[in-house]
Design a binder for this molecule. Structure first.
Ligand code: ACM
Ligand code: ZN
Length: 521
């Protein structure tokens, strides 16, 4: 049989580009006798595949136990292989021949990703939600695949604007399709608190509502109220929806800054006592939690207890970014705390706060991630730094101590920038491994995460425009080996990929928008 290894072509056009594709002659054709054979451990994934195929093809394939069936023709086999050295944790092998399809992996995650690739071997119409009376076939191929990075994330800010469950689920669906595995949920900020905390009901009764949103300094606020929050039950449902798609949800509760919505609800947690309002403007806010007051630590621990109860994620995000020190500098309680703890500066006071919360989280068997402002010399060795901007030297120091970092470089993966400031090409060309990093430390870059801050993103249409197609580029950065990344090839595959997502009605940016830089240069 003739074999030719290919980079990519229009027939086999996959995002993220797999590690190795060997195309073979022939096709596999589906019919109503095609059977899904599976390990019983993979029942749910097999069901996902069955339902996916049923939507567009109308074929309601039987699922059978792999160990009970002899006949292997006209089958799709999903198989866990415990001892195959060539397979990596999230990797899979996908073999399509004329009489069968086989997906093998070390883990259910790998099988799930094999299915996401299988989806892309079909013509785009397979994504249609209404049945087409067509003959469905896919090209014969052998694919070996595994990700470059273990952290392939997307952050959504629902504090500045609230989008709600359906939009989040749609994002999770698309993330799964792209083999993204971390959904970082920014749930609290100066402009809104969006998670029910039973012990502190004012956080949502007061903190989830603002009177309006600033238009400009001259025009003031628009007077359109913004509100919304998730009940704990809603969160649990969304967490399991994500888990079925092999996505971990990491909640972010931003302390001790970005806390105006907390202080509007509980002004006694501030340095000066309030009263405060949930903020209607953006930017950095001077009111922060008072680190001198014992009840602030009680509050933080109580909130974290509920958060850890809701979210099974091993990692919790504690924010820690953009903390002005003005209030602490003048607050007798904060100054006393500094004296008692032998802290020289307010920066040291933030480190003290961070490390106390860290101890609390680690004593509950969890780990944490925080923005790069949390870095300090006594930080727990397992704490993960999420780099976004400034002080990269400190991040390098952290790496050189053998500690872990997730890269969210503002100039590359902050999707809130419009395309004229952050064109698709610039995002695609970003490499999360910093040039100055020694090779033996590469493994401490866990991966990358695109961030969508929503100050100026009030609705689903804008959200999708900012996110797509740049998040598709981020998925390829996170997965594909560096030497296989190629922007021209990506653009070709993107064109085809968007034909698939057209069936999911996404308001992605047009070529004219995302190629702005190309037109200029
Ligand atoms: C951030 O963008 N303030 C983390
Ligand atoms: Zn204080």
């Amino acid at each position: 049989m003739k074999r030719n290894e290919i980079e990519s072509n229009t027939k086999i056009s996959i995002i993220p580009e797999p590690v190795k594709i060997i195309s073979e002659e022939g096709i596999f054709t589906f019919n109503k006798k095609t059977v899904i054979l599976t390990d019983l451990k993979l029942k749910e994934i097999a069901e996902f595949l069955r339902q996916f195929l049923a939507q567009a093809t109308g074929l309601n394939l039987n699922i059978k136990d792999l160990t009970q069936i002899e006949e292997k023709n006209n089958t799709i086999t999903l198989r866990i292989i415990d001892n195959m050295k060539s397979l990596k944790h999230e990797g899979y092998d996908l073999n399509v021949s004329q009489d069968k399809i086989e997906i093998s992996a070390l883990t259910p995650t790998g099988i799930f990703y094999g299915i996401q690739t299988l989806r892309q071997l079909f013509p785009p119409k397979i994504e249609s939600l209404s049945q087409k009376n067509l003959e469905w076939s896919i090209p014969c191929v052998r694919i070996e695949d595994f990700p470059r990075f273990t952290w392939r994330g997307f952050m959504l800010d629902e504090a500045r604007h609230f989008f709600g469950r359906d939009i989040v689920k749609k994002i999770l669906d698309l993330m799964a399709f792209l083999k993204l595995n971390i959904f970082h949920w920014h749930l609290t900020d100066d402009q809104g608190w969006r998670i029910e905390i039973k012990k502190y009901h004012l956080l949502t009764e007061v903190g989830s509502k603002r009177k309006g949103t600033i238009i400009s300094k001259r025009k003031g606020i628009d007077g359109i109220p913004v509100s919304g929050y998730y009940l704990q039950e809603d969160l649990k449902e969304i967490i399991s929806y994500a888990a079925e798609r092999f996505i971990t949800i990491i909640p972010e509760i931003d302390f001790p800054g970005h806390s105006t919505a907390i202080l509007a609800s509980y002004p006694e947690l501030s340095c000066i006592g309030g009263p405060f309002e949930v903020s209607t403007r953006f930017g950095i806010h001077k009111e922060v939690l008072c680190v001198g007051k014992e009840k602030v630590f009680e509050f933080v621990q109580d909130v974290l207890n509920e958060v850890m109860n809701i979210f099974p994620s091993e990692i919790i995000h504690i924010g820690g970014d953009e903390v002005p020190k003005r209030r602490w500098h003048k607050c007798p309680d904060c100054q006393n705390r500094m004296k008692d703890e032998g802290l020289e500066t307010e920066e040291d006071l933030q480190a003290y706060f961070t490390n106390k919360i860290t101890d609390y989280i680690t004593s509950h068997g969890r780990n944490l991630v925080g923005w790069n402002e949390i870095l300090n010399e006594n930080l727990d060795k397992n704490a993960i730094c999420q780099y976004w901007t400034h002080n990269f030297d400190k991040v390098l120091e952290h790496l050189r101590m053998g500690r872990n970092v997730v890269m969210s470089e503002l100039n590359a993966v902050y999707l809130n920038f419009p395309y004229n400031l952050l064109p698709l090409r610039k995002t695609y060309m970003y490499d999360p491994i910093p040039n100055e990093l020694e090779r033996n430390l590469y493994e401490h870059i866990l991966g990358l995460e695109a961030c969508l801050w929503t100050e100026y993103i009030p609705n689903k249409k804008r959200l999708e425009w900012h996110t797509f197609p740049r998040l598709i580029a981020v998925a390829e950065i996170g997965w594909t080996p560096k030497k296989k990344k190629n922007f021209q090839s990506f653009l070709k595959r993107l064109d085809y990929f968007l034909k698939r997502t057209d069936f999911h009605e996404i308001n992605y940016a047009s070529k004219d928008d995302f190629e702005k830089e190309d037109i200029k240069s």
